[in-house]
Design a binder for this molecule. Sequence first.
Ligand SMILES: CC(C)(COP(=O)(O)OP(=O)(O)OC[C@H]1O[C@@H](n2cnc3c(N)ncnc32)[C@H](O)[C@@H]1OP(=O)(O)O)[C@@H](O)C(=O)NCCC(=O)NCCS
Length: 155
Amino acid sequence: MKIKSIGSATKRQLDAIFETYNKTFPKSPWSRSYFDSFLFSSKGRAGFFMLNRNNNLCGFILGKKQAGASDEFNLSALWVNKNCRSKGHANALMEKFISETSKKTEKMYLHFRDSNNLQAFYSKFGFINHRIDGQYKNGEPKHYMELKIRRKSLS
Ligand SMILES: CC(C)(COP(=O)(O)OP(=O)(O)OC[C@H]1O[C@@H](n2cnc3c(N)ncnc32)[C@H](O)[C@@H]1OP(=O)(O)O)[C@@H](O)C(=O)NCCC(=O)NCCS
């Protein structure tokens, strides 16, 4: 499936973001209003969509700057719809997210479920210091990784 565009989230996509997230992550459903406030009501948030040629949302990535930890950006979720997978879309969303948020932070971190075997995937983008950091509500181990951003010299 060919990609038409990648860009910053808009309110028009809220229903599609909400629906595709909950389909992908049935164990941790988020409400539509949660997405609304997450993406559009405060500063320090980032969300990027991917659309196919028919203007349907086929992938999304979102994160936020952590309150009280001014320099840490949490990559909160990444998903690609089942019918769009294995075509490099997650790679493209990760590259977009990292290039945009790198301007605003010196460190990025994320968590993922034990059942999502994604350590090698995130390592490719420079995420390191993998460890188990607690567990999810269902007892599944919670994996942690972080990315240290090297600021380019301004000279
Ligand atoms: C994980 C996910 C985002 C990958 O999306 P995708 O568009 O199919 O991925 P890509 O085609 O861009 O592949 C990117 C790379 O990740 C690897 N990869 C893809 N899915 C993977 C998975 N489930 N586990 C481990 N590696 C995976 C690919 O082999 C590829 O490696 P390469 O670049 O070295 O060839 C997608 O399967 C998904 O949405 N899964 C359910 C939700 C999820 O687990 N999200 C991430 C945790 S929050």
